[in-house]
Design a protein around this ligand. Structure first.
Ligand code: F6P
Length: 364
């Protein structure tokens, strides 16, 4: 028997394929298996502050397993500890809205909260846990940069999208004897670039964990040309940087979790290659295509396992934990451990070794 009778669920931060699969698993597990009630909170922590809360039943989650995005909506601009709020003079100032959240949880009878989010949302979840809320975290991000889980859902789909893009770029690069540079997401980690680069047969992969040297990138392109291969494919993680340079920032935003938006390194790399190698070069930014679309079978399964396990933790009274994949089992870790550090690519890993072994250059 569960001490908790009603749970709330929200999705926070950037979306990714598989969020709906988690929501579906949470609702079905809670209602059908454990006889709990579920309240859906719209638009992440903002909905928790504003009271955008409604019941979620199995009927609400019919047909959402293969759908990208999140039926609950999300935002990355609502840090509840610095939420814009009018003071006694009506002037909008950042305010700690913990009291508002606690009041809304009480008002809607929500006794435990399932937060599906990346590092920003999970840090908020931990803060709420420290202030007395019963919280379970579910890790999501296409970036795969959360340390406490082997992999996050959304990543596999994003890698497939990037690989598909590389396959398409391959044929046009070959026809026109060009260098094609594809910039992919990942923030400060190179997971998407590395996996898609290997899967898509890239010639050069540039990632934040291995700063590159332009001369070395050009040497790879020249050596291919000498072998009669007049085209090359370069995958660049948005956080990649030259050995003697900085990451390229596209803009500084009011996103309270992640105010620095990376972007532009692909164009820089393409321009540098065109100039130094005197080859025709094109670049493109894959962007939010990586976050959209139907989740892969792998992501649907992982998301379903995560959602079901999150509810099981609630029923067992194990709070302030984040579900995770510790292959082959889904288990959980303390939330504090979950948000402690980012997971970066290990330059000495077998993945990088395999990539180098098949001739891929990291530009180092
Ligand atoms: O964290 C997921 C992610 O897609 C990153 O890869 C990317 O840097 C960022 O979010 C983009 O954020 P936004 O949706 O705010 O442009």
């Amino acid at each position: 028997m569960s001490a908790v009778k009603r749970i709330g669920v929200l999705t926070g931060g950037g979306d990714c394929p598989g969020l709906n699969a988690v929501i579906r698993a949470v609702v079905k597990t809670a209602v059908n298996r454990y006889d709990l009630e579920v309240m859906g909170i719209n638009d992440g922590f903002e909905g928790l502050i504003q009271g955008w809360i409604r019941p979620l039943t199995p009927a609400d989650v019919v047909g959402i397993l293969p759908r990208g995005g999140t039926i609950l909506g999300t935002t990355n601009r609502a840090n509840p500890f610095q939420y814009p709020w009018p003071d006694e003079h009506g002037i909008i100032k950042p305010r700690d809205c913990t009291d508002v959240i606690l009041a809304n949880l009480e008002r809607y009878g929500i006794e435990a909260l399932i937060v599906i989010g990346g590092d920003g949302s999970l840090k908020v979840a931990k803060e709420l846990a420290d202030r007395g809320v019963k919280v379970i975290g579910v890790p999501k991000t296409i970036d795969n940069d959360l340390n406490a889980t082997d992999v996050t859902f959304g990543f596999d789909t994003a890698v497939s999208t990037a690989t598909d893009a590389l396959d398409k770029l391959h044929t046009t690069a070959e026809s026109h004897h060009r260098v094609m540079v594809l910039e992919v997401m990942g923030r400060y980690a190179g997971w998407i670039a590395l996996h898609a680069g290997i899967a898509g047969g890239a010639d050069v992969i540039l990632i934040p964990e291995i700063p590159y040297d332009l001369a070395s990138v050009c040497a790879k392109i020249f050596s291919r040309a000498e072998q009669g291969k007049k085209f090359s494919l370069v995958v660049v993680a948005e956080g990649a940087r030259p050995k003697d340079g900085e990451m390229v920032v596209a803009e500084y935003t009011d996103d309270t979790f992640d105010p620095i938006k990376l972007g532009g390194i692909g164009k820089k790399v393409a321009d540098d290659i065109a100039r130094e190698c005197a080859v025709e070069t094109r670049s493109l930014v894959l962007g939010h295509l990586q976050r959209g679309g139907s989740p892969s079978a792998f992501d649907r399964i992982l998301a379903t396992r995560f959602g079901a396990h999150a509810v099981k933790l609630v029923v067992e009274g194990k709070f302030n934990r984040m579900v995770c994949l510790n292959t082959p089992v889904v288990t959980s870790v303390d939330l504090a451990e979950a948000v402690r550090e980012m997971k970066a690519v290990d330059p000495n890993s077998d993945l990088v070794f395999a990539a180098r072994s098949v001739g891929i250059s990291f530009g180092d």
